[in-house]
Structures are given as structure tokens and as C-alpha cells.
Design a protein around this ligand. Sequence first.
Ligand code: UTP
Length: 401
Amino acid sequence: MNNEVINKIKETNQKYLEKMIDNMPSKIETQLENMDWSYLDLIDQEAKARGSFSPIEAMELSEIEANKTNYKAKGIEAIKAGKVAAILLAGGQGTRLGFDKAKGMFNIGETKELYIFEQLINNIMDVTNEAGCYIPLYIMTSEKNDKDTREFFEEHNYFNYDKNFVKFFVQDMAPATDFEGNILLESEDSLAMSPNGNGGWFNSLVKAGLDEELKEKNIEWLNVFGVDNVLQRIADPVFIGATIESGCECSSKVVRKANSEEKVGALCLENGKPSIIEYYELTPEMAEARNEKGTLLYGFGVTLNYLFKVEKLREISKNSLLPHIVKKKVPYLAEDGQLIKPEEPNAYKFELLIIDMIYMMDNCLGFEVERNKEFAPVKNAKGIDSVDTARELLKFNGVNI
Ligand code: UTP
């Protein structure tokens, strides 16, 4: 086994791995060679201090409405010129939904089958039908759901999208540790690995060789979106046109928070740069602060629908993002070889977050969208942001489910 890895195991007193050094299964060896050991040093470090926050202005509905025709024409022109591609982030594990397959394979229909992936393809096809051309769609999966996702699209004939315009790429994985920093095993021949968050997507796309394709096709803009929001407009020409006109290198679709306590990250400025403040980072005063019109100052919630200039993504991809350390429930092999399925969070996972990419941008256009027309995230099985609320919103928007 690689000496460097052996030294790392010893230096960090890995209680599950030390006794395996002389007899390490080859899969674990490879996982250990590929992992970023510097992540372990972050465990005992204080979270990176945030800068000084201030509110950001967004382009509001009335302004968008007034310029809609112009923005839309600009957006359609960019799409027709082949300058726009879409990136679907579908590598998450969707643990809150409690569905054991890829979230996009969930059937959101009531009286008929309507899979989340299908609904998203229907949404993008509204635009491709209008523009009269297909938009390249890159789907990020993880090692856990890649095979299922590809097979699902094949079985369903890509929901009538032209399959030549769809490519899949697999995101990187990261290990999990217990609260003392011991790397966990999920079986005798594998570490407990999980997808490394939604912030590594551009680097994973590059690793898969797809940046070459972006260059060949002269793609200038990437519309990145999550799998959850079944109402989102993908490659929305008005959004694209407004971003191009604004001269910004990135933009984010935002909704007005339902109330000052809503658990959603808000677009803001941090040290004068675009950023996202999480709801738990807001002081009570900031959460309630309003302008003279009575609008919440930190009231534009992000919806995981961003447009990025590819050139800028290439530039920032040289700087690595720092992972966030999150407490999760991770099944693991105990020292006596028993598989433990914890009831409470027992482990740290390391996740790169797309919201941190926003802070690497020089500017970002907040673009307001109507909440009940474009925001129906499926996060939970019941309650807030659930299958039930998404179904209601789909019906409200006239989608036959
Ligand atoms: P979430 O933050 O909802 O995470 O992802 P999740 O893993 O899907 O779900 P929970 O928290 O376990 O319930 C937001 C978006 O980012 C994608 C998801 O697929 C979703 O579109 N994502 C998340 C990835 O693509 N990769 C990841 O590693 C994590």
C-alpha cells in the first residue's frame, strides 16, 4: 500500500483502518488514495468566519414585466445561437424524502405517472419548442444513482427529449468520519462514501471531459438547477436575456421569502461581494429588517436556479471550495464488524456547496420570480416543501397530474 496513505492512517490514529494496514482491500486502498486528507484537519477548526453582510437589490417582478419582450428576445437569440446549456444537479441522496432511488425517479403524479425527471423535461421543452432547437442538458449523478438514472432515461425514451442533447456525468465522492475524525467503513471492503455536495459540479464536469464539448459548441452560459423544484423554468429566455443585458457574470432566480423566518438562504452582499446568507446566520434584527416599502432586506430566497458565465467558471475552478462539515446519520461497521444503522446523527460528512460559488463571482443579478408559479421544491415526504405541497402547486399551475 502507498506509504503516504499508511502514514496518514497512523498520523491521524484511524481506529477502524489501522488494524487493516497489512491486509487492506484494494477498493479501500483506492478510496484512501483518492480522498482529500486535508478535510480531516477541518474537523477541529472553527467554521470560517463570515464577512460583513449587507442587503442586495434584485430585479423585481415589475421591472421584469416592463422589459419582458426585450429580455425574452435576447434570451431566445442566445438559445438559438447555441450559447446556453442546462445542468441538472441530480447527485444528491434525497434522504429527507426517504425514497431509495434517485429523486428524479419519484412519481409525483396522482392519477397518472409523472416522474420528477419527466416534469423537468416537460419544463425545458416549453422553451425548446418555443426556440425551435434543443438545449444541451448535462445531468450530474453520483456513483450511487448513476446507473439507475441512465437506465431510467433510456427506458422512458428521454421523455421525448432528443437524447443526443443529453449527457450524464458523475460527481466525486467524499468519506464520512465519526465525531473524533475516524474514517468510517460501510462494509469490509468499502469506506462509507457519499456524494461530495452540489458545489463540485463544474470540476466534476471538467473531469468528465465535458468542458471540451462546451468549448467546441461555444457554450457561454450554464443554467444550473436542482432536481427538487418541479415548477422551475429551465433555460428561461427572460432570465437569460435579463442576465446578458445586466452585464453580470452570474444570476440567481429568487423568490420573496414567505415570512421573515422561512428557512431559506437569502441573496445578499458579503464584504461587498454577492453571497448567500443562511437563515440561521441572520440575527433577529437582520431577519426582520425592512426598507421603506416594507420589504424584507434579506428577503430574496434562492431557489437553486443559477445562470453562470462559463468563462468565469473556468477562472474560479482553479480555486478550490472548502467543504462544509455537516452532521448526518451514516450507517457504519463497528469495530466488532457489526453494521450499525444510527437513529441519530453520528458522523460528519464533507460537502461542497454551490452557494459558495456565488461569493467567487464579482457580481450576481438577483431575478425575482413568482413563488407560486416557479417554486415547488420536493424535499420532504410530508409537510413543508413536500410531495403534497408540490402536487398542489402543480395543479394550481394547470399541470395535469
Ligand atoms: P439537497 O441539499 O436537497 O440535498 O440538494 P439532497 O442530498 O438531495 O437531499 P437531503 O438533504 O438528503 O434530503 C439540493 C440539490 O443538489 C443536488 C440534489 O440532487 C438537489 O438537486 N445535490 C446535492 C447533488 O447533486 N449532489 C450532492 O452531493 C448533494
